[in-house]
Design a protein around this ligand. Structure first.
Ligand SMILES: Cc1ncc(COP(=O)(O)O)c(CN[C@@H](CCCC(=O)O)C(=O)O)c1O
Length: 397
């Protein structure tokens, strides 16, 4: 049959609401030789604890082969679930292990979003969440996030319209790297509780503070005031390995029970072996591993910052995140990051243009730079080439 035979049989939703992820598509591009990629939020591969994982897999297959290779409970590997619950100060029944927090986002969309529901997101926000939510046909409300945090008056007005939930990334936000300060965290939690709008806190980068004490999560602030209005997602992808696809959702028991039902229909359960592997390596504590990651990313951030100062024209602005993997760059008004992308790919440099991080448009002159993976030389060389590409467009603005 022709492609048309199949395409005309896709559901309307599949045709309109299921589109490709810009990050995933770009990552295919960046596998070409010689490309310096600042695109994906990919952990530095040399930091994967390979020996520890190899030893743990040996032990698991020797001591618990059937549990590792057999179907398991949808809720997750009990020991891992209990370990996370203890760490987060909740009961195991409030924890669900998912196949990456990306699956957590999909399941949350599946159980909460009815076609036409309003969902409040930050502008910019993580495009993977938009990709997960889109098939459930929400209408997006957005609230600007910038160097002074969230626009709180816009936030309150949006919450008053009682959207189904708000998707928030308070800690080293993807794509911008912003960290929401304590006052705004308190305000956000209080406003969401007042207007009865559940918060979904996506905390993928919670562990990646470069210095200073971590701020309390929205989840902690909400529980501390005797409320249970926050659902929290976090993952082993940024502290251990993303390829094993092990993450977790913390939510009230009634929500976890519904998510479990949804997950039964999606993948029955997260791979048994991967959960046991993560448990074996993580239960010994990831402290030293996280220290190595923080040191590398902080150094890379400083190198990228210095390179940007050396090579970017004065009309280009960028921030200096105190953690995470990304920084956010703003080109002169009128300059298109998508146009810049085409030129910089010719110079074998890749990044993620800002447009797809905006649910309701805008951000044409913004772009995300990831500093987690490139080597020092690649940062120097890549930013120098990017600076030239910007210069070549300056004449056009
Ligand atoms: C805020 C936020 N939430 C969920 C995820 C997905 O992480 P999981 O590996 O599914 O736990 C991510 C991972 N995003 C990275 C990784 C995507 C890389 C890829 O698509 O290969 C990025 O934005 O580049 C994230 O930043």
């Amino acid at each position: 049959h022709s492609d048309a035979y199949w395409e005309e049989r896709f559901s309307g939703r599949a045709r309109q609401r299921i589109q490709s992820s810009t990050i995933r598509e770009l990552l295919k591009l960046t596998r070409q030789p010689g490309i310096i990629s600042f695109s994906g939020g990919l952990p530095a591969p040399e930091l994967f604890p390979v020996e520890a994982l190899a030893a743990a897999s040996e032990r698991i297959l020797r001591d618990k082969p059937s549990e590792a290779l057999q179907y398991g409970p949808t809720e997750g590997y009990p020991e891992l679930r209990e370990c996370i619950a203890a760490q987060q100060g909740v009961e195991p029944e409030e924890v669900l292990i998912v196949s990456g927090s990306q699956q957590g986002l999909d399941l949350l969309g599946k159980v909460f979003i009815h076609p036409g529901d309003q969902v409040l997101v930050e502008a910019p926000t993580y495009m993977g969440a938009l990709q997960a939510f889109n098939p459930y046909e929400p209408e997006y409300l957005s609230v600007q996030l910038g160097d002074t945090g969230l626009e709180m008056d816009v936030l309150e007005a949006a919450l008053q319209t009682r959207p189904k939930f708000m998707y928030a990334l308070p800690t080293f936000q993807n794509p911008s790297g912003w960290l929401l300060d304590l006052a705004q965290r308190q305000q956000l939690v209080e406003l969401a509780a007042r207007y009865e709008v559940p918060l979904i806190e996506d905390d993928a980068y919670a562990a990646l503070y470069f210095n200073g004490k971590p701020l309390p999560t929205l989840f902690e602030l909400d529980r501390a005031r005797g409320s249970n209005n926050v659902i929290r997602l976090s993952t082993f992808s940024k502290t251990l390995t993303p390829g094993l696809r092990v993450a977790w959702v913390i939510a009230p028991k009634v929500v976890i029970r519904k998510l479990v039902q949804a997950k039964q229909g999606t993948d029955l359960h997260t791979p048994s072996f991967n959960q046991m592997l993560v448990y074996e390596v993580a239960q010994g504590g990831l402290g030293p591993q996280i220290e190595r990651i923080r040191a590398k990313y902080q150094r890379n951030r400083d190198l990228m910052h210095a390179a940007l100062s050396a090579h970017m024209p004065v009309s280009v602005r960028w921030n200096r995140p105190e953690g995470g993997m990304f920084l956010w760059l703003r080109l002169p008004e009128g300059m298109s990051a998508t146009e810049l992308f085409k030129r910089s790919i010719e110079q074998k440099v890749a990044f993620v243009p800002g447009l797809p991080f905006h649910a309701n448009g805008g951000g044409e002159n913004t772009l995300r730079l990831s500093f987690s993976q490139p080597t020092e030389t690649q940062i120097q060389e890549g930013i120098a080439r990017l600076g030239q590409a910007v210069e070549s467009l300056l004449g056009m603005v």
